[in-house]
Design a protein around this ligand. Structure first.
Ligand code: HEC
Ligand code: HEC
Ligand code: HEC
Ligand code: HEC
Ligand code: HEC
Ligand code: HEC
Ligand code: HEC
Ligand code: HEC
Ligand code: HEC
Length: 333
């Protein structure tokens, strides 16, 4: 009996700590279960769905938005037999009956005569702007599930979702009839938030992203990928050799395990050094090797190659199938 009382007291102390812990967690960052987010997206419970036509027929102020939307892939999903979910204004903005209550064509005309633009009561719609980030994304995810949109398989665990970046930070559903992300929009889309990456691409040596020869999405999947840094391929090397296949090997003479990670020597985006090198030649090499004397240069030991680009002679620095004159792999040819 005494023992179990003691246990009970321990348990109480333990629980108190847990609750105190939760309290601080909650105040620093509220943990709202998915169901709460879902509730935020239902809209006012006293409102009904009225359909796009009813919603918009009275005032016609959103004609352009509607026209664009109707001819977009999403807006075109109105044919029941496609089996795709119907997407209309209320799918995202919530039920609209309260917003248009009392608005008749007569009232709109009367207002217009008095110089007033009739407003619907949009405060009864879902206040998308003020939703917490995961709820904003859930507006889209309720249809774009990982199964429906395969690309989104890794969304929830991805660094963007975790850092409160939402679908609508990148996708503007009212930008026009074309919702497909065009490659040319990409640089701006990403650089808005990634200023330091933008800066890297303006260095002397850089991947031709500003020149629009390759794109952020060639290497990254902005929806998350399950790989480090949202890379499309499992490793950095695989990411690079997709385009630089000749560096892939295997070579008879490999540069140790170095070329397993191209980033030992290269920066992925841009660098102040030629060839995207992390460190200028010969200092790059001198991080791991010492200078040496060769018969081809001066005989002053230790100074011979110091001012030379090592790759003038070791030109096959990534690996080679041919030995040097001594029969060793020294990446000379
Ligand atoms: C796929 C979801 C979705 C659908 C469908 C949708 N909207 Fe929107 N709408 C949004 C989002 C997201 C915003 C931006 C919210 C914000 O940041 O204020 C928005 C904003 C708006 C705005 C504010 C003005 C603007 O351009 O930002 C209007 C007006 C609007 N929508 C009207 C409509 C109408 C009319 C329809 C139907 C033809 C419609 N929406 C369909 C998601 C949607
Ligand atoms: C009511 C369901 C529904 C909602 C909500 C919804 N979508 Fe869609 N969306 C669709 C359907 C259906 C398609 C067309 C089929 C497809 O591409 O999967 C589509 C297509 C798209 C496309 C591709 C367009 C193309 O031309 O390939 C984008 C981008 C898109 N939606 C973004 C969004 C964003 C962003 C949101 C949230 C603001 C959102 N969707 C909310 C159903 C929805
Ligand atoms: C960081 C920016 C970013 C975020 C956040 C983002 N997307 Fe995308 N999305 C893109 C880009 C870029 C593409 C172009 C295709 C590609 O290269 O992956 C795309 C493509 C798509 C497509 C296919 C249409 C096309 O152009 O091929 C759909 C559907 C889509 N996104 C839905 C979503 C939804 C839903 C969310 C939120 C859960 C979301 N996206 C979040 C950038 C983003
Ligand atoms: C609305 C702001 C925003 C936009 C737009 C945006 N990002 Fe991000 N991105 C972030 C934030 C926040 C993080 C997480 C913090 C960080 O690493 O800087 C992040 C992280 C990343 C990471 C690093 C992931 C990791 O594991 O560390 C990559 C890669 C990335 N973003 C690529 C992109 C690409 C590509 C685009 C354009 C399609 C893009 N981002 C657009 C805000 C944004
Ligand atoms: C040639 C492939 C390639 C291209 C193109 C590319 N990246 Fe990267 N990016 C990488 C690699 C590889 C890494 C991983 C770096 C590491 O692990 O240190 C990376 C890392 C990042 C990170 C994380 C930075 C950090 O220090 O953690 C961000 C953010 C990012 N890239 C954004 C972008 C954006 C935005 C673009 C387009 C403007 C872009 N990348 C274009 C290959 C690329
Ligand atoms: C989508 C294709 C693509 C991918 C992936 C890619 N590259 Fe490149 N890379 C290019 C192109 C295009 C150039 C420019 C070639 C030119 O201008 O002749 C280039 C140039 C280079 C250069 C020479 C830069 C200079 O200043 O001349 C280096 C070094 C390089 N890439 C390394 C890498 C590394 C490391 C990776 C992996 C992080 C990588 N590349 C991934 C396409 C790619
Ligand atoms: C040990 C350092 C080192 C490693 C690791 C390395 N590189 Fe290089 N890379 C260099 C040097 C040095 C140059 C410049 C060669 C020169 O001066 O001619 C270069 C040049 C390049 C170039 C541009 C010139 C050319 O030969 O096409 C590309 C592309 C490249 N590397 C890709 C890669 C890839 C992909 C990887 C990973 C598989 C990688 N590098 C790993 C040192 C390295
Ligand atoms: C990150 C460290 C590192 C960097 C940077 C590096 N190497 Fe190496 N290198 C090695 C290792 C480790 C070996 C394998 C050593 C061994 O097998 O004895 C090697 C092997 C070599 C060999 C063959 C040596 C032998 O005994 O067969 C040559 C030649 C060489 N490196 C040249 C260079 C040059 C030139 C550069 C600059 C472009 C460079 N290395 C950059 C680590 C590095
Ligand atoms: C003038 C041409 C030349 C230059 C420049 C040069 N090397 Fe060499 N290097 C050689 C030759 C030739 C050998 C011997 C090849 C053989 O085994 O037959 C060699 C061998 C090596 C070896 C393996 C033998 C040893 O000493 O351990 C390494 C490591 C090496 N060089 C690194 C470098 C580095 C680092 C630089 C730049 C600081 C550099 N080399 C510059 C021609 C050169």
């Amino acid at each position: 009996m005494r023992a179990s009382l003691k246990h009970l007291i321990y348990l109480l102390i333990f629980l108190t700590f847990i609750f105190i812990g939760c309290e601080t967690l909650r105040s620093s960052k509220p943990i709202v279960p998915i169901r709460e987010y879902e509730r935020m997206l239902v809209g006012r419970l006293d409102a009904d769905y009225v359909g796009t036509e009813t919603c918009l027929s009275a005032c016609h102020y959103h004609d352009k938005i509607k026209r664009d939307f109707d001819s977009s892939t999403m807006g075109a999903q109105v044919i029941a037999k496609t089996g795709l979910p119907l997407v209309n204004c209320e799918s995202c903005h919530g039920p609209g009956s309260l917003a248009i209550k009392g608005i008749t064509p007569e009232k709109v005309k009367e207002d217009a005569r008095r110089g007033i633009r009739t407003k619907c009561n949009y405060e009864t719609l879902i206040d998308i702007k003020s939703l917490p980030a995961p709820a904003k994304s859930l507006i889209c995810l309720k249809c774009h599930t990982a199964n429906a949109t395969f690309n989104l398989h890794n969304w929830n665990a991805g660094p963007h979702a975790i850092n409160d970046v939402t679908c609508i930070d990148c996708h503007n559903v009212h930008k026009g009839p074309d919702l497909i992300v065009r490659k040319n929009d990409l640089a701006n889309m990403c650089e808005r938030c990634h200023q330091e990456i933008k800066a890297a691409f303006s260095l002397i040596s850089h991947h031709p992203v500003p020149e629009r020869k390759i794109y952020c999405t060639d290497c990254h999947n902005p929806h998350g990928s399950g790989n480090e840094k949202m890379l499309r391929r499992p490793t950095v090397k695989q990411t690079c050799t997709r385009c630089h296949a000749e560096k892939e090997g295997p070579f008879i003479f490999e540069h140790a395990e170095n070329t397993e990670d191209c980033l030992t020597c290269h920066r992925p985006h841009g660098s102040v050094n030629n060839n995207l090198l992390t460190v200028r030649l010969p200092f790059l090499c001198l991080q791991c090797h010492s200078v040496h004397r060769t018969s081809a240069t001066s005989s002053i030991e230790g100074k011979a190659t110091f001012n030379t680009r090592c790759t003038d002679c070791h030109s096959q620095i990534h690996g080679s199938d041919l030995p040097s004159t001594s029969g060793k792999g020294r990446f000379i040819q």
